[in-house]
Design a protein around this ligand. Structure first.
Ligand SMILES: NC(=O)c1ccc[n+]([C@@H]2O[C@H](COP(=O)([O-])OP(=O)(O)OC[C@H]3O[C@@H](n4cnc5c(N)ncnc54)[C@H](O)[C@@H]3O)[C@@H](O)[C@H]2O)c1
Ligand SMILES: [Zn+2]
Length: 363
């Protein structure tokens, strides 16, 4: 397939294209040559993705007359630290990177956030291009311009906004993505449709098995659909004063489960449980009808994600929510669907209903 989808993004005054095309990885060099006059580019990748794809990307740059400088970070969220960045700055500055040299992020959300932070800070800011390789990075992390690293006291506490020149997505790389990572990305796709697109939700209901079977043409269309939703939400509210909070659907419960479980569940699994809890809460608040709640739970389950079986103490999860950073004026805000494709923000939820929603995940 040579079909290409281009989703235009316009965030914080930066206009750029999100390009989705099978085989695009081998064509990044010629895409980059259109965007930048630099004859060098830095590739920041992780130890898994680098082994699989750095050569293809580096060759593609060389083919376009661009010399690659490659910096590799050990794979995994544990390395999303300031310490792991020191050798990256050494490699890039040692390679005589200049103000116009683009930095390419080749990897999942961890690499996207870290490379974006490097691009934001090196020489007070150099051009940045995202080449996301996980479904989560494609549909979520690569859009919006948030970059950063973790600190011992919490996730993503050091960072900057830095918009890319382009986001170049090759859905063929999803063939090698571990199953659990694929399902985690699907949790965010389901979230996007619940908050914005009832039709998209119905399509996903019929076609979720195509995603799980790695039908790459199908995944390419799904990614285009989802980046368009994320881009639209972020464009309307780049600094998260209002509707960008809708993207936190499932995340208020989800982050609490993530913390209390000490990261034994993946982020996507926590979001899945969180969406099921939020749907239950929306039902108990009289916002969402029961058939819609059931459809939400069924789709999450059909994507191979958890909706029950939680063994964590309910009190601990509820406590953790109160400490969530999204707390405003002492009240926890919940993003609740009042129908599939639409959500409302509520900060007046009775504590008993929150407890019941967490409790409902045990069954
Ligand atoms: N900036 C944002 O707006 C934003 C939004 C959501 C999440 N995030 C961040 O994203 C991070 C999570 O990202 P993630 O889920 O992509 O995790 P990740 O980057 O750790 O990738 C998951 C794993 O898959 C491997 N991998 C990546 N692509 C692969 C491929 N194509 N084939 C085989 N293996 C591959 C990686 O090496 C890693 O081991 C978190 O740090 C989170 O804070 C950022
Ligand atoms: Zn998420």
């Amino acid at each position: 397939m040579t079909d290409s989808a281009v989703v235009p993004a316009n965030v914080q005054g930066a206009r750029y294209d999100i390009v989705i095309r099978r085989g695009l990885l081998a064509d990044v060099g010629s895409q980059l040559a259109k965007l930048s006059k630099s004859n060098k580019a830095a590739i920041i990748t992780d130890s898994h993705v680098g082994l699989l794809y750095a050569n293809v990307l580096a060759d593609s740059l060389r083919g376009a007359g661009i010399e690659p400088i490659v910096a590799t970070i050990p794979a995994g969220e544990d390395h999303k630290t300031l310490a792991a960045l020191a050798p990256v700055y050494d490699t890039l500055l040692g390679g005589r990177i200049e103000r116009t040299t683009p930095v390419l992020a080749l990897g999942g959300g961890v690499i996207g956030d870290m490379a974006g932070f490097v691009a934001a800070t090196l020489l007070r800011g150099v051009p940045f291009v995202q080449v996301p390789t996980t479904l989560l990075a494609m549909v979520d992390a690569s859009v919006g311009g948030k970059t950063g690293i973790n600190h011992a006291t919490g996730k993503n506490l050091i960072g900057a906004f830095h918009q890319p020149l382009a986001v170049l997505i090759d859905p063929d790389v999803l063939k090698t993505l571990p199953d659990r990572e694929l399902r985690g990305g699907l949790a965010e796709c389901i979230k996007h449709d619940i908050i914005r697109d009832a039709k998209g939700f119905s399509s996903l209901e019929s076609d979720i098995s195509r995603a799980l079977d790695r039908d790459v043409d199908y995944l390419a269309g799904l990614v285009a659909h989802d980046v368009a939703i994320k881009a639209k939400v972020v464009e309307a509210d780049p600094f998260e004063h209002g509707e960008r909070a809708h993207l936190n659907f499932g995340h208020t419960f989800g982050h609490a489960i993530e913390t209390v479980s000490h990261y034994n569940y993946s982020h996507g699994e926590c979001v899945a449980l969180g969406m099921a809890a939020a749907a239950k809460l929306a039902g108990d608040m009289g916002l969402l009808d029961e058939p819609s709640r059931r459809r939400i739970v069924a789709l999450i389950e059909n994507a191979g994600l958890p909706v029950r079986g939680l063994t964590l103490p309910t009190d601990a999860v509820v406590e953790a929510m109160i400490f969530d950073k999204k707390v405003k004026g002492g009240r926890v805000r919940f993003i609740l669907p009042d129908r599939i494709g639409h959500v409302v923000i509520r900060d007046d939820v009775p504590a008993e209903l929150v407890t019941m929603a967490v409790e409902s995940l045990r069954g």
